[in-house]
Design a protein around this ligand. Structure first.
Ligand code: ADP
Length: 604
């Protein structure tokens, strides 16, 4: 996140922190109370151990108090430290490892529950999508930063106040030292931080490139290509070296000013100036004015150092709180985006096959760039429809609109004469079986990949899943399927898992549609990864299974679409020809030309 993004008002910052407080204390009140208690207890015990007790022992020695009193004080202190350390160890070993994952989970669930219904158009908006990725990546860090800040402001805050009271009661004059040096101290730290942030910003793009180049070397997706094209491998290695070189150059450029800044802060100001001024004042009070004991001289000197450091830490931590609030505000802004694709009236979807119609449908992903123009279709129940045309002509976009993954820019899609926006959107989408080109196989079992849900393992369900796979010509006789439909569909973290080939995966995607038995099926290039025999068998099967269903089919292979009841030829977002195969051939237009080209290729 860039500096200019971190510009929340104090009220907004507090609002984000309050949100995190409610989230964390609401999810794990007991653990959070323990977190708070341990932070405060630790700092109070540090105050007593290093200030009050040292003062007590030194004063006792200075005043020749009986050894018994000193030993008693030390004994009580040691016992208190033992109890405190034991409870702190319990907190660190038992509570903290549970607390953090609970909070990470709570925050991520909040994000996932709200964003799962986001419109697909949000993913097309580069700015929104980048912020979305950044926010989800930052979710765990937001919790970490909140816990750190809570720890600091509660624990160290209490110690700061105790030290302040201690100094005020014993030697208020000494407080003038940190008060006067603080602005200089703060200025130097701020300068150092500003330089680090500037260096980080300059490095960011090179680090992103390096991360990408790094991925090329370990991701299996690129392994084959990089072996087949060694010169590409060399180029990637060169780019990787280039990014590293840039990062080193930036580090070198900022190294000297950063070192100077830290030297001025830590050595000159922190060690020399502050110590010199403090000790001069304290020695003057002890030796000349006799207004201070030796014991107080030592504890006040320590307290001044601690006060300065803690004041500084709290100031610097505010910057982290601001940054954290900016991330949280960003995440909450994303969470507040309401989906535009909602059910207007929540009508139930007709159970029987229905007539699907589009009226003067226009659509663009980005304003001013129409992708579909004036689309008018009428698809009768149980009709077989083919959408054909060259790449980019708008076929996939059209079926996405028919499935209500997007809403039209103007015009409408109607089911049995009712605008599909009137139906319950989830139920409507679920009423259409679909296979898209970019289907995904999940790291789940084969049966879950078909059912696309948690399985209940009833005999009927198992039978239905196996039948769907059988009808999609997916062979369960494969020796790799050790657990049959229970076999995991990944080898990434399942040693008995299986990585399916493109064609096999496509059959699983088809089985998904066959399993759900909807009245309407939309298939976008469903057989592109199948061999010709499998494609032929699948088409036969589909003709049989989908006899009573409406089927909308996109394919580049016109041999698979020729039997459709109606073929729509698309070009540049418009339907330019429609009719049966024979009618279109007779028309002798673009479809006929496309058909003749493909037919001649097959003949050759
Ligand atoms: P087809 O299925 O006929 O190949 P598409 O419907 O996929 O065509 O694409 C039609 C046009 O819309 C193309 O110019 C494509 O680049 C554009 N397009 C597709 N998806 C998106 C998207 N998510 N955002 C912006 N433009 C898109």
């Amino acid at each position: 996140m860039t500096q200019q993004n971190i510009s929340l008002t104090g009220k907004e910052i507090l609002a984000q922190q309050w949100y995190l407080t409610r989230l964390c204390f609401g999810r794990a009140p007991g653990y959070m109370a323990l977190h708070l208690f341990e932070s405060v207890k630790l700092q109070i015990s540090i105050f007593f151990e290093f200030t009050w007790c040292i003062n007590f022992v030194l004063e006792a020695a200075e005043n020749h108090a009986p050894w018994r009193d000193i030993l008693l004080c030390m004994g009580i202190l040691l016992a208190a430290i033992a109890v405190s350390t034991a409870s702190f160890a319990f907190y660190m070993q038992k509570a903290l490892p549970k607390l953090k994952p609970m909070l990470y989970h709570a925050f991520r669930m909040e994000i996932y529950t709200r964003t799962k219904d986001l419109d697909l158009s949000c993913y097309d908006d580069t700015d929104f999508y980048q912020k979305f990725i950044l926010s989800t990546q930052e979710a765990d860090a937001c919790i970490d930063r909140y816990l750190d800040a809570l720890n600091l402001y509660s624990g160290q805050g209490v110690r700061f106040v105790l030290l302040l009271i201690y100094c005020l009661t014993i030697n208020p004059a000494a407080l003038l030292i940190p008060l006067f040096l603080f602005p200089l101290d703060y200025m130097l730290v701020k300068k150092g931080n500003a330089l680090s942030v500037k260096a980080r910003m300059e490095r960011v793009s090179h680090e992103q490139k390096r991360e990408y180049q790094n991925r090329l070397f370990y991701l299996s997706d690129y392994a084959k290509d990089l072996r087949l094209y060694p010169s590409m491998q060399q180029k990637c290695r060169q780019d990787f070296g280039g990014s590293n070189q840039e990062i080193r150059r930036i580090n070198r450029a900022y190294g000297k000013p950063l070192a100077l800044c830290y030297f001025a802060h830590d050595a000159l100001l922190g060690r020399l100036l502050r110590e010199a001024v403090t000790w001069s004042l304290l020695l003057y009070q002890v030796l000349v004015l006799h207004s201070l004991s030796y014991a107080h001289m030592i504890t006040i000197s320590n307290s001044i150092g601690s006060l300065t450091n803690q004041g500084m830490e709290m100031m610097l931590c505010w910057k982290n709180v601001m940054e954290n609030s900016a991330y949280v505000a960003q995440i909450r802004r994303l969470l507040s985006v309401e989906p535009a694709i909602v059910s207007h009236n929540g009508l139930p979807v007709p159970g029987a096959p229905a007539c699907l119609e589009t009226e003067r449908l226009n659509f663009s992903y980005q304003p001013g760039h129409p992708v579909l123009s004036d689309i008018n279709l009428k698809i009768q129940p149980a009709q077989k429809i083919a959408l054909v045309g060259y790449n980019g002509s708008g076929k996939t976009t059209l079926v996405k609109l028919l499935m209500r993954l997007y809403d039209p820019t103007s015009g409408k899609v109607c089911l049995n004469g009712t605008d599909i926006r009137e139906f319950d959107v989830r139920q409507y989408r679920f009423s259409i079986g679909s296979v898209f080109q970019d289907f995904k196989i999940y790291a789940a079992t084969l049966k879950e990949n078909v059912r696309m849900d948690i399985c209940h393992d009833t005999p009927e369900e198992t039978y239905e899943i196996e039948s769907a796979l059988y009808n999609a010509h997916f062979s369960l006789q494969d020796h790799r399927l050790i657990y049959q439909i229970e076999t995991p569909m990944t080898t990434e973290f399942e040693k008995d898992g299986v990585n399916l080939s493109g064609g096999e995966a496509q059959k699983v995607a088809i089985a998904r549609t066959l399993y759900r038995k909807q009245n309407m099926i939309i298939m976008d290039e469903p057989s592109s990864a199948l061999d010709p025999l499998s494609e032929y068998l699948l088409n036969q099967e589909l003709n049989e299974i989908a006899r009573d269903k409406t089927v909308i089919f996109i394919s580049h292979r016109l041999s698979t679409t020729r039997d459709a009841d109606c073929i729509y030829m698309m070009e540049q977002g418009r339907i330019i020809e429609s009719g049966t195969h024979e009618e279109l051939l007779k028309l002798d237009g673009k479809y006929a030309r496309m058909w003749n080209v493909q037919a001649s290729l097959y003949r050759e």
